[in-house]
Design a protein around this ligand. Sequence first.
Ligand code: EPU
Length: 417
Amino acid sequence: MAQFVINGGKKLKGEIRVSGAKNAALKAFAAALLTKEPVLIKNVPEVEDVSRMAELIKTLGPKVEHIRRGEYRVTADKLNSSEIEPEIGKKLRASIVLTAPILIRTGKVVFPHPGGCVIGERPIDVFIDGFKALGANVSQENGLYNITARKLKGAKIVFHNVSVTGTETMMMSAVTAEGVTTLKNCACEPEIESLAQFLNSCGADIKGAGTHTIIVSGVKSLGGGTYRTIPDRIEAGSFAMLAAASGSNIKVKNCRPDHLDSLLGLFQKMGVKVKVGTDSIEVAAGKKIGAVGVKTREYPGFPTDLQAPLSVLLTQAEGQALVHETIYEGRLSWTEELKRMGANILNLDPHRIEIRGPTELRGREIESPDLRAGMAYVIAALCAKGTSVINNIYQIDRGYEKIEERLKKLGADIRRV
Ligand code: EPU
């Protein structure tokens, strides 16, 4: 099993480019199955989750061509299976987004409870309720969900929980449904708005994506098109926090600073020196930074996917701060290892920790439990004195493209072995 060996404590310097957003690209692959015409997907991060998605789509019949680095063509003229391959589906949360095109194209979809990071309960009731509201029949057998519908019908759906993939799946389901669908209490993440813009460019009629109410007027069919993946705001935020935590000068390039307003606001309160450009964030090594607490929230609030890197940054800040993870109840357990690296963290309950800083971190051997915690360990290891070994880096490769090569260019001492 591959691992990262990191010798920490060095100041980093230079520029780092942000990849396309995994959580946007994955949805574009699913959306490509809504049309029989070819869809070109650009600026795709070459990460494990994208490979799994491509693999999964091929099992359904469509063609997925890897044209060049970061560019794929999906042609779904044929879609001859209604079953999401359980072994892959269980590994990938985004697999659930495929339920919409498969149901629309074949009248049926059979799928396992989707997997992904182990970060707490990940129910799918929002999807099940949504499909039912659009007129589908839902049953469960042998641990698999079975949804059928000859033709979906527009409806008003008020999500009882704000869900990113739930919003995306219902938005896609409504695109060719009969009549108008009104979705309320939608998630507002930029990836959703970007998906809607792409669907509209293929002929859909979606209004309001990026707000809490989305109105979809059903159209007969969609054509093909080109999707350019938006920059990964989580990757950009993680690099900016690496710079702040390690006292380094790093320019994060090719990003969308307006997608990171909550983080930039927090940086300002903490005293982190940043220069924001139109598509870059430059963090300059400053003097002391102060601790500021945060509650993770749906967009435009502080993202749960940045909670782990922020917690590492707070171990290097002066003072005491509360981190309140409101989205997932299992997403703070990774901090046990951070404590063993020397962090002063008090676990108050499954949703809240108190961090006191600054503390000196020490290198250790660590197991990466999931994607974002894995990246946080990389940041912690780069800040720590001595050598760290991070195991199970498949989890990091799921969402960060060749991370060690890109960090090496900043002067990091990191090796994949
Ligand atoms: N929820 C329900 N019922 C549902 C669906 C969700 O109660 O049917 C709850 C969840 O338990 C959670 C909250 O709603 O408490 C939010 O979950 P959401 O459905 O929004 O998460 P998701 O769509 O499964 C996406 C990203 C995650 C990211 C979350 C929150 C993808 C593939 N995944 O997940 O990304 O953390 O939104 O922003 O888009 C990651 O990339 O590492 C990652 C975990």
